[in-house]
Design a protein around this ligand. Structure first.
Ligand SMILES: [Fe+2]
Ligand SMILES: [Fe+2]
Length: 483
């Protein structure tokens, strides 16, 4: 490992560990893109608070033992840099038709279009989430949460830089055009929306934000893991470092939901409520009832499932065969990494019933990644349910069946209950507000979203965190608000 590639050069306008000062052409392209990025940040980044000092971490190294520095920064002055994990010596392509051959340092001509498409799709999600979350600062339940929101936002901004670097360095003119397009599309815009469904949905409140960071950022984690396996080495290295930052985003989601559940349980106990489904009584306490949390979970989980694409996909097979996109933990899987003769069970609709059908493993790669994702989702939920059972309540948050509320794949044309029972349109229309947040649920949650900006204070619907960021005490001023 070359020590020089671990530390980041902050002398150029764009901090980097890719030797940009000697790569004049790419440096020029990135510097040309920079003003557009700053315009995008001021138009579509967090609303308000741009002059506030925020206690943020900035990556200063890619050494896993210590890569971040915490300090007060105004968001527009955040050092968005290009950081790649160190190059692994003699790395080989870990899967596909070119299995075992040296990893590519340049884009292989025959896979150029596919590679560019995957990078653009990943890149598009990064600014999209910043746009979706831009209004949340106004209703933050504490300075701690406000800071976490902004940390996630600036890092998604950096992830956009990461993808733009790859486009500008390795894809020439069309790469530069794609980089410009990434700043032009807008989440939820009728004419030029972001590329994927979940990234055009609103994030109207903080429960949604935590669900989004838990479920949708976790889709990002799975995609980054698959791309981190890529035979195209610069992409692999880029994604490996992004994953380091991404972990915090999911932490924000997991602990955010934990704290909401905790607070709800405490309030119910204090009020002597024994039935957690007595929604009216629970809401009267000014906390979010567990059934409503389940509905939000149903929504965000299923929107995130759609991000994995069709269960059976020749695109996924092609990207694997080409050595471009691998499986979750590919190098730890014990098989031939070519999958030519393997099968994988896929849930499909067969004669009106949900059945498991063996499909060629290559075309079932999206399904496999989605299964890995669902398993990963379950882990944090165990903690939420532990809080509920410890408080003495017989209620369990669960993941809905994958046939429920889908817009992509096998089940997009049918309706199913969260338990996976197929139902007709009329039943769906009658019952869907039992399973997904209704306007009324949204209004109730919105009614709780009053900001708390006093140091060490928390909104009454959420518990304080167990530990502070960077081990700071409970009365730490995470954001010095300047208006
Ligand atoms: Fe990201
Ligand atoms: Fe993220």
């Amino acid at each position: 490992m070359n020590v020089n590639t671990m530390n980041v050069d902050y002398s150029t306008k764009i901090p980097n560990n890719v030797n940009l000062s000697e790569d004049r052409q790419v440096l020029k392209a990135l510097e040309g893109w920079h003003p557009g990025y700053m315009n995008w940040w001021s138009d579509m980044g967090p609303e308000g608070f741009q002059q506030s000092l925020v206690y943020l971490r900035t990556a200063y190294s890619v050494d896993p033992r210590g890569w971040a520095k915490f300090d007060y920064v105004r968001m527009p002055e955040y050092r968005w840099g290009i950081l790649l994990a160190p190059q692994e010596e003699n790395r080989v392509i870990p899967f596909g038709e070119n299995y075992g051959e040296p990893a590519w340092q340049e884009v292989p001509g025959e896979h150029r279009a596919m590679l560019r498409r995957l990078i653009v799709i990943q890149g598009d999600t990064e600014p999209a989430s910043v746009e979706q979350q831009r209004h949340l600062g106004k209703t933050a339940p504490s300075l701690y949460d406000l800071r976490n929101l902004f940390q996630v936002n600036v890092e998604e901004g950096r992830h956009l830089w990461a993808m733009v670097y790859l486009l500008q360095k390795y894809f020439g003119r069309d790469g530069r055009e794609e980089a410009d397009e990434l700043l032009r599309r807008r989440s939820g815009d009728a004419d030029s929306p972001r590329m994927l469904g979940a990234f055009n949905e609103a994030t109207p409140d903080w429960l949604s934000f935590f669900m989004f960071t838990y479920f949708t950022d976790r889709d990002g984690k799975m995609q980054l893991h698959s791309l981190a396996q890529s035979g195209f080495d610069p992409l692999s290295r880029t994604c490996r470092f992004m994953l380091t930052e991404e972990a915090h985003h999911m932490f924000v989601g997991e602990t955010g939901i934990s704290r909401i559940v905790q607070r709800t349980c405490e309030a119910m106990r204090a009020a002597g409520i024994s039935d957690p489904t007595d929604i009216a009584r629970v809401r009267a306490l000014g906390v979010i009832d567990l059934p409503t949390i389940q509905k939000k979970l149903n929504l965000h989980y299923t929107l995130s499932l759609d991000l994995f694409g069709s269960e059976v996909s020749t695109n996924a097979a092609n990207a694997f065969n080409a050595g471009i996109k691998g499986r979750y933990h590919e190098t730890q899987i014990k098989d031939d990494h070519r999958l030519q003769n393997d099968t994988y069970p896929v849930l499909k609709l067969v004669n009106g019933e949900i059945k498991r059908v063996d499909e060629p493993a290559l075309t079932a790669l999206n399904m496999r990644l989605r299964d890995d994702y669902s398993q990963d989702c379950v882990k944090g939920m165990l903690r939420w349910n532990k809080i509920i059972s410890t408080a003495g309540y017989d209620f369990k948050l669960t993941l809905p069946n994958v046939a429920f509320h889908r817009a992509i794949g096998e089940f997009k044309d049918i309706h199913a209950t969260p338990d996976g029972v197929l139902i007709d349109d009329a039943t769906w229309n009658k019952r869907k507000s039992d399973w997904l947040p209704s306007t009324e649920d949204g209004d109730f949650i919105s009614s709780l979203m009053t900001p708390v900006t006093e140091i060490g204070g928390y909104a009454p619907w959420i518990s304080p965190p167990k530990v502070g960021i960077d081990n700071k005490p409970g009365d730490f001023e995470y954001v010095k608000i300047e208006t």
